[in-house]
Design a protein around this ligand. Structure first.
Ligand code: NI
Length: 175
């Protein structure tokens, strides 16, 4: 397993729409292993393949709380099958591709999800609470959408400007 560099905004790759996976084979499992290791190292609770520059519809997640054993989850070609718009959940989201920034995002509180698991077996589940919030955040990545795209232009521009500035500073230090 290899820790891969995480792409941060603003980067045009994060705007890409990811492609469906043709088959869940050993090569894809190696990618998922790398994604999980990268996510744990960051540390984060969810990661989409595009965040390490691979435009495939693959997500890894681990929602275990502190003190609980690791509970890795893998989602290949995930599809939201239904959403309950009547109830929303507001959560202060963050993203490994938008470092050091957290803001409230409102999303449907419940949704259905269909996907292939680590072994390529089809699964269907109902999501609520943290699972619903996190999977919708990660599914957005597959469409080239970041959580800051759900915020006002003012807030989004402010954080992107800061990230650009920080990147330029880092590049200057490395030069
Ligand atoms: Ni994210």
């Amino acid at each position: 397993m290899t820790i891969r560099p995480i792409i941060t905004a603003p980067d045009p790759r994060l705007k890409q729409v990811s492609e469906p996976v043709a088959s869940v084979d050993d090569e894809l499992r190696a990618l998922m292993d790398d994604m999980l290791e990268t996510m744990y190292d960051a540390p984060g609770i969810g990661l989409a393949a595009i965040q390490i520059g691979v435009p495939k519809r693959v997500i890894v997640m681990d929602l275990a709380r502190e003190g609980e054993p690791p509970a890795p989850q893998y989602f290949v070609n995930p599809e939201i099958t239904w959403v309950n718009d009547e109830e929303v959940r507001i959560y202060e989201e963050g993203c490994l591709s938008v470092p050091d920034y957290y803001e409230n995002v409102e999303r449907p509180a419940r949704c259905g999800l269909r996907f292939l698991d680590y072994d390529g077996k089809p699964q269907e589940v109902a999501c609520d609470e943290m699972f619903a919030t996190c999977i919708q955040h990660e599914m957005d990545h597959l469409e080239g959408i970041l959580f800051i795209d759900h915020l006002s232009k003012l807030k989004r521009d402010r954080v992107l400007k800061r990230l650009l500035k920080e990147r330029r500073l880092r590049e200057k230090e490395l030069a």
